[in-house]
Design a protein around this ligand. Structure first.
Ligand SMILES: Nc1nc2c(c(=O)[nH]1)N[C@H]1C(S)=C(S)[C@@H](COP(=O)(O)OP(=O)(O)OC[C@H]3O[C@@H](n4cnc5c(=O)[nH]c(N)nc54)[C@H](O)[C@@H]3O)O[C@H]1N2
Ligand SMILES: Nc1nc2c(c(=O)[nH]1)N[C@H]1C(S)=C(S)[C@@H](COP(=O)(O)OP(=O)(O)OC[C@H]3O[C@@H](n4cnc5c(=O)[nH]c(N)nc54)[C@H](O)[C@@H]3O)O[C@H]1N2
Ligand SMILES: [Mo]
Length: 763
């Protein structure tokens, strides 16, 4: 590995290079990257054809990428580089078949890189681990279901099983999956949301009585000021660039709050704007960038509120007094708290000067309507719930909720992660939901709360959970504390993964293990009554149908609902639930869902409307389902986020060329990196202080709350525009540094953006 930057043109395409990216986001760079990717996956013809059907009103399939909503106008193809990569990744012509498994032992595959594993293509038939030969060998679906059913029935109690969901799963499969878990007798339903937006859900529920954002794309189109906090939009929600460009063009203010100045905070060219592409005409996507220290957002937001409250002494328009009086509670206590918080503390904790905070505050103050959006930069902290509530506090001050162009707008991750929660994946289900489920489905669901992601890892480690079922995802790598999580999975009696591609979780398995291959979202799902559609919910509560049109990657694949029904029948032989009947026609699942789920009345008809439907949301209509019946201000103390002397705070994040644990390449185009992932972005002064030269090898050591340490050797230090005391690098590799016990006491979310570390030159 080269450790110095080789600046362009030496002909060696694999060498590490670092050159600041100076081009607009999206545009030609994205187009070039897409064509290289299509060539690699050999989907030059199918890829573009599929993309034409993606996010298409009526008969297309939903982009399996992020949860950003489709363009409501439905007029132009709203596509993005990463969505295309994502679809192409699923449609690859490469296959992992029985010959492949016969040729490689698990021990050998375990030495492959994660990228190499997934790059082998789509899984083709069910496989069972054979300890005698250390290989996966073919098994029939019937025998596989029987093995799962038998093992589950042999458990002493249902809580010895856990059913994980990755946010790709469609709503109908989701509903069947939670029904299976609850009919079996457990609420152990950990999901990827436990690692991403758990904090947002809890905060919004407490403040507004809804666990979701309240705005939609139409609001984005008319708002006066957009605040984008802790999101790398150009990579992780690229279609947001369209909204940012349009907002800028109509004169809206756009404030980015992020320790890094990401590509979306500079300029962009929108892919469907062909003239702009042809003439290289880009549009700015930011009017103000603030760079807080990692974890400093809450102090910054409180500073903004303090300015607004200060202004209110002399200017009646600074606050929406009528809104506050009529719709909120706790305002006086919040005002007192802001007044009592000294500027010195706000500046120190946020790492941003008072004058700069005041600039953002004035943008907010001057705007008639504001939207605040956020993602993992806010949530993956100890105080993630408090920070998301502080966002709501700020919005409430000027009545920025329940009217057009205003409100909170969390940017969700996986394409259906929000739908999963709506449709029952929740380890802490509400009793009203369970009551209705019991009524409609005639089951007796357990009332005891179940385990979330961290809880599941710990319980497996203790031996309390013995069967792990993963419905999609790559739990072994996504969860914190990699060696600990590996050990936990290896203690299981049985691990089951329903997957589309080979990944690390298949190799880190229980005593018995199954890989069950399923259809992807792009593929035609044919059941007894014909071709089926599934529904998904985007970040803005829009539910619409998705219909795959590709021939399945293998004739042996089953749909996710069919896999769940197969497991259910084998596990609950006497179940009165008509599992097979549901799978024959997904309309029947939707009918049942319409009786159980709030806002899903008349589901089958409404989901077939051209753009689907928006789930009714009381907070949008100023009806707050909170204990007080009002929107509730919160008054949390500012956390101390300043690292101890000698330490840094590390935020783990995604590169441009990856999808969570799926690594497309070792490049991170917008951050100027080629061919390296084992890197750490640091402030140059922090490097100098530690005697670290640019692009040289370092060892990173994390210090957990319990004092234990974990290390990653052989990393490369990259000088970067990041505040002092903060550092950044890539997940999932850096999960090695995240201690299992270091999760938020507010949300149970692992502190993936808040790892205390020391860095030193490799001796
Ligand atoms: N192409 C692609 N798209 C994706 C994904 C993917 O892996 N690839 N993943 C999907 C999923 S599941 C999710 S949840 C989302 C994740 O989307 P993001 O939240 O954008 O994910 P991260 O890459 O973790 O980046 C977080 C951002 O937070 C910033 N940050 C770090 N710490 C702080 C902080 O303390 N404060 C602030 N204000 N900012 C901070 C980082 O600089 C970075 O810009 O994206 C979804 N979309
Ligand atoms: N350190 C650190 N760790 C993190 C994060 C972080 O920011 N920092 N982010 C966290 C977040 S936000 C998330 S969401 C998790 C992600 O956690 P997961 O959702 O568990 O992981 P993914 O990488 O998205 O899962 C990829 C796998 O999903 C399978 N798959 C793909 N499509 C389908 C499908 O249609 N059906 C089925 N059944 N399987 C499919 C493939 O086999 C693929 O290998 O990671 C978390 N981990
Ligand atoms: Mo996520």
């Amino acid at each position: 590995m080269t450790t110095g930057p080789t600046v362009g043109g030496n002909g060696d395409d694999d060498a590490f290079r670092f050159e600041p990216y100076r081009h607009p986001a999206a545009g030609w760079g994205a187009a070039k990257s897409v064509s290289r990717f299509l060539a690699r996956e050999r989907t030059f013809l199918d890829g573009p054809r599929a993309v034409m059907r993606m996010n298409h009103e009526g008969d297309g399939f939903d982009c399996p990428g992020c949860a950003w909503p489709d363009d409501l106008k439905g007029l132009h193809l709203d596509i993005c580089e990463n969505g295309i990569k994502h679809v192409t990744w699923e449609m690859t012509h490469k296959r992992v078949d029985r010959d492949f498994f016969a040729a490689h032992t698990v021990a050998e595959l375990s030495r492959w890189s994660d990228a190499a594993l997934e790059d082998r293509g789509r899984l083709t038939e069910p496989m069972r681990y054979d300890p005698g030969t250390d290989r996966y060998v073919p098994i029939t679906w019937a025998a596989a279901f029987d093995l799962v059913g038998r093992t589950l029935r042999e458990l002493d109690e249902p809580d010895q099983a856990a059913f994980y969901t990755s946010g790709r799963l469609g709503n109908e499969a989701t509903f069947l999956y939670q029904l299976l878990a609850r009919e079996f007798g457990t609420n152990n339903l950990p999901d990827c949301s436990n690692m991403c937006h758990e904090a947002s859900g809890r905060a919004l529920q407490a403040s507004l009585g809804t666990a979701k954002g309240t705005v939609d794309l139409k609001d984005w189109e008319v708002t006066d000021a957009l605040f984008v906090i802790g999101v790398n939009a150009a990579s992780n929600a690229p279609r947001m660039l369209t909204s940012l460009v349009e907002a800028y063009k109509r004169g809206a203010q756009i404030v980015h709050i992020n320790p890094l100045v990401e590509a979306a905070a500079r300029r962009a060219i929108i892919p469907h704007e062909f003239t702009a592409m042809a003439t290289f005409r880009s549009t700015p996507t930011s009017t103000l960038n603030l760079q807080p220290r990692i974890g400093g957002d809450m102090a910054l937001l409180r500073g903004m509120a303090k300015v607004v409250l200060d202004d209110a002494r002399t200017d009646r328009d600074a606050l929406d007094a009528e809104f506050i009086a009529r719709h909120t509670t706790g305002f006086e206590a919040y005002r007192a708290l802001c007044e009592a918080t000294p500027w010195a503390e706000i500046e120190r904790q946020s790492g941003v000067a008072r004058a700069d905070i005041a600039k953002a505050a004035q943008v907010y103050r001057q705007a008639d309507r504001s939207i605040i959006s956020w993602c993992l930069g806010v949530t993956q902290h100890d105080h993630g719930v408090d920070t998301a509530r502080e966002i709501v506090n700020l919005l409430l001050l000027r009545g920025n909720i329940g009217r057009e162009g205003a409100g909170p707008s969390p940017v969700r991750g996986h394409s259906n992660v929000q739908g999963n929660r709506t449709c029952g994946i929740d380890h802490r289900p509400a009793s009203e939901f369970l009551d209705r489920l019991a009524d409609v489905c005639e089951i007796d669901p357990p009332r005891k709360h179940g385990l979330d992601t961290v809880g599941t890892v710990e319980a497996m480690h203790r031996g309390d959970v013995q069967v792990f079922v993963g419905m999609g995802g790559n739990f072994a790598l996504a969860a914190p504390d990699t060696p600990y999580t590996f050990a936990a999975l290896r203690k299981c009696r049985l691990t089951v993964h329903v997957s589309t591609k080979l990944n690390r979780s298949h190799l880190v398995h229980g005593r018995d293990a199954l890989i069950l291959p399923c259809l992807g979202r792009t593929e035609k799902d044919r059941q007894r009554s014909g071709v089926q559609a599934t529904s998904v919910e985007d970040s803005m509560s829009m539910v619409h149908l998705s219909v795959g049109m590709k021939r399945p990657a293998s004739a042996h694949l089953l749909s996710e609902p069919a896999v769940i029904a197969g497991i259910a029948r084998a596990t609950l032989p006497d179940s009165a639930t008509p599992w097979e009947w549901y799978v024959d026609d997904y309309d029947r699942i939707r009918d049942t869902m319409s009786h159980v789920l709030d806002g899903f009345e008349d589901f089958n008809r409404r989901v077939r409307l051209p753009l689907g439907f928006r789930i009714r949301q009381p907070a949008r209509e100023l009806v707050f389902d909170t204990p007080s019946g009002r929107a509730e201000f919160s008054t949390a103390a500012l956390p101390d986020v300043v690292p101890a002397a000698g330490q840094l705070v590390l935020g783990t994040m995604r590169s441009h060329d990856q999808w969570n644990t799926t690594i497309y390449s070792d490049n991170d185009r917008y951050r100027g990196v080629r061919n390296l992932r084992t890197l750490i972005f640091m402030n140059a002064a922090d490097m100098a202080e530690r005697g670290i030269d640019s692009f040289t090898a370092v060892e990173i050591t994390s210090i957990a709350r319990d004092g234990s340490t974990r290390s990653l050797p052989g990393y490369t230090a990259i000088p970067y525009d990041i505040p002092r005391g903060s550092a950044a690098g890539y997940m999932p590799e850096m999960n090695v540094l995240c201690a299992i016990g270091d999760y938020s006491t507010q949300s149970n979310q692992p502190l993936m953006k808040n790892v205390r570390i020391t860095v030193r030159p490799t001796p």
